[in-house]
Ligand binder design. Structure first.
Ligand SMILES: O=C(O)CCC(=O)C(=O)O
Ligand SMILES: [Fe+2]
Length: 227
């Protein structure tokens, strides 16, 4: 027994072409700083909210967006399905972090092979909070108008993240364990792959983080311009 009950490897992995998982990319201080920033972003107006789907369902995560406001299924500059307030600005600190992330996963030379990785100009962050029991069904991030990579940062409780294929919601897929501080980038051939969160693993977060549940930040480039 190693004391680690989970059989997932913790090395750099490329679960699908263009998708790279770098475990432990954020150090503990960076994680604490991001959790604190998420608390600020979550405050109203245009704060964290529950998303109602057109089918009548309600998502189990709570979400706040920065830069552009995502709603099912589009982007707006105001919280059109909530308090109507202007979306908070996209913070430059997340843009810098996402650029560093692309460099870390693809390297200075590999970037030219990935659509939109050179000249990456992210302008959206979607911050999801997963309380215990929350999950996210398989979906594509497809409201963006450009194929630049998505940069995903995980904080707090670990989760089982499912990276599927671009064609169907069914297999083949790869299940990854994302832990606090992990970086996942999906770009190139994986940019429009189905993905979701099967479950979180409550109580796995470092208590020092002061976070109940899991936070995920995805940084994206919209390809949108104001009307
Ligand atoms: O929580 C995650 O790791 C994924 C979140 C996600 O897929 C999304 O916000 O579109
Ligand atoms: Fe997504």
């Amino acid at each position: 027994m190693t004391g680690d009950p989970l059989p997932f490897p913790r090395e750099r992995a490329e679960p699908a072409p263009g998708a790279v998982h770098l475990p432990d990319w954020l150090d503990p201080q960076e994680q604490r700083d991001l959790v604190r920033a998420c608390r600020d972003w979550a405050r109203p107006p245009a704060g964290m909210r529950t998303i109602r789907l057109p089918t009548g369902g309600v998502m189990s995560v709570r979400t706040v967006c920065l830069g552009w406001h995502w709603y099912p299924y589009g982007y707006a500059r105001t919280v059109v399905d909530g308090d109507g307030a202007p979306v908070k600005p996209f913070p430059p600190v997340l843009g810098d972090l996402a650029l560093r992330a692309l460099e870390a996963v693809y390297g200075p030379d590999g970037r030219s092979a990935i659509a939109g990785a050179e000249g990456y100009a992210p302008d959206i962050a979607v911050v999801n909070h997963y309380p215990h029991g929350a999950k996210m069904g398989l979906h594509k991030d497809k409201e963006e108008r450009i194929d630049a990579p998505v940069v995903s940062l995980s904080l707090g409780d670990s989760c089982v993240f499912r990276l599927g294929n671009t064609e169907t919601r069914t297999r083949p897929w790869t299940d990854l364990e994302l832990r606090s501080g992990d970086l996942l980038v999906f770009g190139g051939p994986s940019r429009f792959a189905y993905h979701g969160v099967v479950r979180t693993l409550p109580g796995t977060a470092d208590p020092d983080l002061g976070l109940v549940g899991r936070l995920n930040i995805t940084v994206r480039q919209s390809g949108l311009v104001d009307p």
